[in-house]
Each structure stands twice: as structure tokens, then as C-alpha cells.
Design a binder for this molecule. Structure first.
Ligand code: SAM
Ligand code: SF4
Length: 446
């Protein structure tokens, strides 16, 4: 979501005459797009601001803006730090060019956030317009772009800050989404990822019809030039699930990939988190997905150390991970977020070292599963959308002249590393897998 907002803000500022600076030192304006999901993300922003304060000593006219969720959460409080000139929440990003221009020309500091974030805001219209005018294709990953299907969230998982900083759930009009995807296809985008906090809850009523995510998938599939479609993130619920999986099975362009966070394997903890399912219901949903879409790759999110999580509860999470057989999963240590129900009612009592131990253990359990799943690709040929240089491109030595170590992903989101010319970025190629590690497939172009 933040990457998408960054792309839109960049596009809006470019249209207003700005260009991207090489570094902070050479910039007139520095904008930090922020995340509030965990305290650690906010701490990184604060330490970055410390660094900017230092730069600003020799460049007092440099404008510094904090945008996104942390801006919405802390508002005017952020202006106590004299380094900051602009505070702009996620709903106010359509005002960004104006805010930056004013700060530069009039040396005015400004806060633009929503007062009553849980009320449907008239600013949503401006947001819709902003989204449809500006471009979410920033070419950071050639050939790929994000498209928002939904804003906000109404789910109120007790640990989560998102409903308080991104506001109520709003599905975007299907016509606007389709228009946007067509434009992206015209710019050479091949993979679109439809985004929503509970993207499977997408619902839009117009002309006597209710559109759901499956309808969107059918419509986007018809767009020429788009070859792969993903959607993230899915909430484990029965509603619309069958239709979405059927669309995935029917439509070759829809990637066989589902990101469906479980958060915990203990029903007691799931209840305390206000997640409306049990561990067994969650596993049933995975079975259904595998039955309707054979070969589907599933990814999960888990949180360890939620208040009240005992060793027994954690054992249930380990057992769920063993049964779920994810392609990969993301594990986070619970971080108390001010204003959330969990923070108000429960004590963050699981010690940091216990959270850390559980985090490491869960990742180790998953690693074994990922390793087994990865091995199934040995000797096989996979279709890959090339993203660009691999992380180790600078240290790897390639035998063939002009080749570098590249990376891409399969439709099921497996990371594939191979040698090739960097001009392949944004293109589809075939790679024969010769070696695997738990999270990466290595191979040769065929
Ligand atoms: N909407 C998605 C969903 O419901 O699964 C996820 C959105 S959240 C921004 C991404 C992940 O961050 C969650 O799946 C959760 O595991 C983690 N997360 C959210 N709040 C957290 C918190 N307070 N502490 C630690 N991790 C958190
Ligand atoms: Fe947060 Fe839950 Fe909404 Fe996901 S569904 S954004 S975890 S409140």
C-alpha cells in the first residue's frame, strides 16, 4: 500500500514540475512515507529524521515532509520536531504538490490529516480522482504495478493500527480500476497486483449489480497486455471464497497464489485478536483452495507474543504451520500500538526474548517446509517474470559476457535467480531449475 502511495505521490510531484534527486543531500524536498503497523517502523523514521536534522543544519531551506500512516497517527505532535515542515496523512496525499510548493515558497509549516478518521470523508472523492489521474507505475520493478481495489479497513483486529490511520473500508468503482489497468497495460505493465487489506471482501454496488473480487478478476483478465494478475491480502473467510478460487482456476492470467494470514494457531489467541475464524476453519479454507486450484502456492503471516500467548498457544501455531505447508510465511513479533483495543485492554507481557525465540523457531519450522517444496522444482522449467538484478548481483561472477545475476518470480511467487542480460527486466522467460534453497530457486535460462 505504501509503495503504491509513494508511486502516486512521485507521479503527482513530477507533473507539478519536480524531479527525483540523486540523494537527500542534493534535494530541496525530502518526503518520508511512513508505516505505523509496528513500533520498529516508526523508530526507523525517527532515526532518519535525526539524520535529516543534521543535513538541515547546512541546508536550512530544505523542506522535510512526513507522509502516510505515522503522519495521521501523530499529527501536529510531529511538528514539535523542528526538522519537519509538512505532516500529510494518507487521505491527504492529493494535496501533496500544493503543500510542498507552499512550504518552499512561503516557508509555511503545515499539517494535513483527517480529524475524524473513522467517518466516511468527503476527501475520498479527491483521493479517487488523484488515484485515477496519477500513475502508479514507477518502473521500480519493470512491467509490474500495484492497483488499489480498496482503501481502509473495518475489521478492527485488536492489535492493528490500520483502521485508525487508513480509515473505513471503501471499495473503488470497478470502472475506475479497469480504466487504470488498461492505462498501465498501455505503458507496458504485464503484472498488476490488486490491493486491499481484505481484498477478498471487495464489493461495489452499481447499476443494480454487486461486483465482487471474482468479477474484477474476470474483467481485468480481459485486458490485453496484462498477463499476470495477483491480489493481496486475503482474510480467511468463507464469503466470496469459492467464487474467487473458481476465477483463479478458470483464468490463466490469475496467478495461483494466495496470501492469507492466519496470525495464530490458537483459537484462544485468535479470539483475543478478533480474528473471526478458528485454526481448523482456516485449515479447511486451505484444503478448499488446494482442491479447487491444484498447485496453488499459499503464503501466511503470523504474530508471536500476542498478550496472553503461552507456550501451549505457541505450540498450536507451530502445529498449524506444519499442517498448512506454506510456500513461505512472514512472522512478526507483537508490537503494542497506541489506541488499539489490545493496547488499551491487554498488557504486552510476553518478554522480548520469548517473542524473539518464538519468531526464530517458527521461521525454522517453515524453512524446512519451504525447502521440501522448493526441491520439487529441481530439473523443471518454470516461467519467470524478470524483475532485475539479484541482491548479490555485484558479488556474483557470471561466466558469459554481459550477463549478470538476475532475479524474477514465478506466477506462484517463487523467487528465481539466474544469469542473464539485465535488458530482460520486465520480460517473461523460461528458466530450468538446477539448485534450490528454502526461499530461492536457482537455474539457467532455457
Ligand atoms: N490486512 C492484512 C491482514 O489482515 O492480514 C494485513 C495487514 S498488516 C499491515 C500486515 C501484517 O502485519 C499482519 O498480517 C500482521 O501479522 C502484522 N501486524 C499487524 N499489526 C501488528 C502489530 N501490532 N504487531 C506486530 N505485527 C503486526
Ligand atoms: Fe489490520 Fe485486521 Fe484490517 Fe488486516 S484485517 S488491516 S490486520 S485490522
Amino acid at each position: 500500500m505504501n509503495k503504491l502511495d509513494t508511486a502516486l505521490v512521485t507521479s503527482a510531484l513530477k507533473k507539478a514540475g519536480f524531479s527525483i534527486a540523486e540523494s537527500e543531500k542534493g534535494a530541496d524536498v525530502v518526503l518520508i512515507n511512513t508505516c505505523s503497523v509496528r513500533e520498529h517502523a516508526e523508530q526507523r523514521v525517527l532515526s532518519h529524521l535525526g539524520h535529516l536534522k543534521h543535513i538541515k543544519k547546512s541546508k536550512p531551506n530544505m523542506v522535510v515532509g512526513v507522509i502516510g500512516c505515522m503522519a495521521q497517527r501523530l499529527g501536529a505532535e510531529l511538528l514539535e520536531d523542528k526538522t519537519i515542515d509538512i505532516v500529510c496523512g494518507p487521505v491527504q496525499i492529493p494535496q501533496i504538490a500544493e503543500l510542498v510548493t507552499k512550504a518552499l515558497q512561503e516557508k509555511k509549516r503545515a499539517v494535513a490529516i483527517t480529524g475524524k478518521i473513522r467517518q466516511e470523508s468527503p476527501e475520498n472523492e479527491a483521493l479517487e480522482e488523484f488515484e485515477s489521474v496519477f500513475d502508479s507505475y514507477d518502473k521500480q520493478i519493470p512491467g509490474q504495478a500495484f492497483v488499489r481495489a480498496m482503501r481502509g479497513c473495518n475489521n478492527f483486529c485488536t492489535y492493528c493500527i490500520v483502521p485508525y490511520v487508513r480509515g473505513p473500508e471503501v471499495s473503488r468503482p470497478p470502472a475506475a480500476i479497469i480504466e487504470q489497468v488498461k492505462r498501465l497495460a498501455g505503458e507496458g505493465v504485464k503484472l498488476v497486483a490488486l490491493l486491499g487489506q481484505m481484498v477478498n471482501a471487495y464489493k461495489y454496488n452499481t447499476n443494480g449489480k454487486t461486483y465482487c473480487l471474482a468479477d474484477l478478476l474476470y474483467m481485468v483478465s480481459e485486458i490485453e497486455g496484462i498477463e499476470w494478475i495477483r491480489f493481496v491480502t486475503s482474510y480467511p473467510t468463507e464469503e466470496s471464497y469459492g467464487q474467487i478460487l473458481k476465477a483463479m482456476a478458470d483464468l490463466p492470467k490469475v496467478c495461483n497464489y494466495l496470501h492469507m494470514p492466519a496470525q495464530s494457531g490458537s483459537d484462544k489467541i485468535l479470539k483475543a485478536m478478533n480474528r473471526n475464524y478458528t485454526a481448523s476453519k482456516y485449515l479447511e479454507l486451505l484444503d478448499k483452495a488446494r482442491e479447487i486450484v491444484p498447485g496453488i502456492a499459499i503464503a501466511g503471516d503470523f504474530m508471536v507474543g500476542f498478550p496472553g500467548e503461552t507456550e501451549e498457544d505457541f505450540g498450536k501455531t507451530v502445529s498449524l504451520v506444519q499442517k498448512a505447508r506454506y510456500k513461505n510465511c512472514f512472522v512478526f513479533k507483537y508490537s503494542a500500538r497506541p489506541g488499539t483495543t489490545a493496547d488499551k485492554r491487554l498488557q504486552d507481557a510476553v518478554p522480548q526474548e520469548v517473542k524473539k525465540r518464538r519468531n526464530i523457531k517458527l521461521l525454522a519450522v517453515q524453512e524446512k517446509i519451504s525447502e521440501q517444496l522448493a526441491k520439487q522444482f529441481l530439473g523443471k522449467e518454470v516461467k519467470v517474470l524478470v524483475e532485475g538484478l539479484s541482491k548479490k548481483a555485484n558479488v556474483s561472477t557470471c561466466s558469459e559476457k554481459g550477463y549478470q545475476q538476475l532475479m524474477g518470480r514465478t506466477a506462484e511467487d517463487w523467487i528465481v535467480v539466474f544469469d542473464g542480460p539485465v535488458t530482460l527486466a520486465g520480460k517473461f522467460i523460461k528458466v530450468k531449475i538446477t539448485r534450490t534453497s528454502p526461499l530461492t530457486l536457482f537455474g539457467e535460462m532455457s
